[in-house]
Design a protein around this ligand. Structure first.
Ligand code: GRG
Length: 289
């Protein structure tokens, strides 16, 4: 992993670590929220927010509240996704999942509270009001009934019937790419980027998000559990339609490369210094966790 990426992760984790001040009465809730929020993870979405802020000419730390907000939404989605009513997973990032550690009730509430905290982080950022509002709206759209939650609904449906190719693309654009898109565009907004840069960030994020999900499907089929920090084979066990079940590993890998190249192409001409983003796209293509 490159040095700049590690520096961003340190900044993001320091910000997240300082965000919640535990109040004694609600200590278990804070503990459950912090348990999941500060349990590692690649921090790709917040890193993208900081880097997009930088490539449009802003100081990366201007985007920290937006980056933190996206990571809080991501963490809430993982907590809820692991619940017995969803994927029913016991392990996440090599540790017991939130509901295994704290019980189902508290895990649901920790996810709920992280979602609210995300909007508090974005809307209370020390930035002009129009920028904060625009970012809050981007996040609401990406997370909700036309974004990540919609993707999760179609994904659940995919456990009861085979999905078509078009439906599978919709799952991934909503479930995975929407939040990645929010991270990138909130970074552009924090840094005062142009509308052309905003549009290029969307194109980049949709392709990168699709590539990210294809890699996720491949890892679920052939990854290493210890490196991944979560069980593999759950897609096959639940009979879920994925890029791998639909096309096989070889074709899925070719599509992963295509989407990664499309993401990289989307950057050209719109931003001056894209070296880090180009590296990031390639790093994600080969990720093992
Ligand atoms: C339950 C409302 C709700 C939504 C769930 C995002 C999601 C929808 C579920 C999480 C499970 C999953 C496989 C989502 C697809 C996106 C994805 C690959 C998430 C894992 O993200 P990483 O790899 O995780 O960035 P880390 O641990 O690195 O943060």
């Amino acid at each position: 992993m490159q040095e700049w990426y590690k520096n961003y992760v340190n900044q993001i984790e320091a910000y997240l670590g300082g965000f919640f001040q535990a109040k004694v009465a609600w200590a278990p809730l804070y503990e459950a929220m912090r348990y999941s929020l500060l349990s590692g993870g690649k921090r790709i979405r917040p890193v993208l927010a900081l880097e997009f802020c930088r490539v449009v000419g802003g100081a990366p730390d201007q985007a920290l509240p937006f980056a933190a907000a996206v990571e809080m939404i991501h963490t809430y989605s993982l907590i809820h996704d692991d619940l017995p009513a969803m994927d029913d997973d016991d392990l996440r990032r090599g540790r017991p999942t939130c509901h295994i550690q704290y019980g189902e009730g508290l895990a649901i509430l920790a996810g709920d509270a992280l979602q609210s905290a995300a909007f508090r982080a974005a809307l209370a950022a020390d930035l002009p009001e129009d920028i904060r509002c625009r970012a809050g709206l981007i996040l609401a759209r990406a997370a909700g009934e036309d974004g990540m939650v919609a993707g999760q609904v179609l994904d659940l449906e995919g456990e009861t019937r085979p999905l078509s190719e078009a439906e599978l693309s919709q799952v991934h654009l909503h479930k995975t790419a929407a939040l990645i898109q929010a991270a990138c565009t909130m970074g552009v907004v924090a840094g005062g980027g142009s509308e052309a840069q905003y549009s290029a960030a969307i194109r980049f994020a949709r392709a990168l998000g699709t590539a990210f999900q294809i890699r996720d499907d491949i890892l679920d089929a052939v990854g290493d559990e210890a490196t991944l920090g979560k069980p593999i084979g759950s897609d096959a066990a639940s009979g879920k339609t994925t890029f791998v079940t639909l096309y096989g590993i070889e074709r899925a890998e070719a599509m992963l490369t295509e989407q990664t190249e499309a993401a990289k192409t989307a950057l050209s001409g719109a931003f001056t210094d894209t070296e880090r983003l180009l590296w990031l796209a390639d790093w994600l293509l080969g990720r093992e966790y």
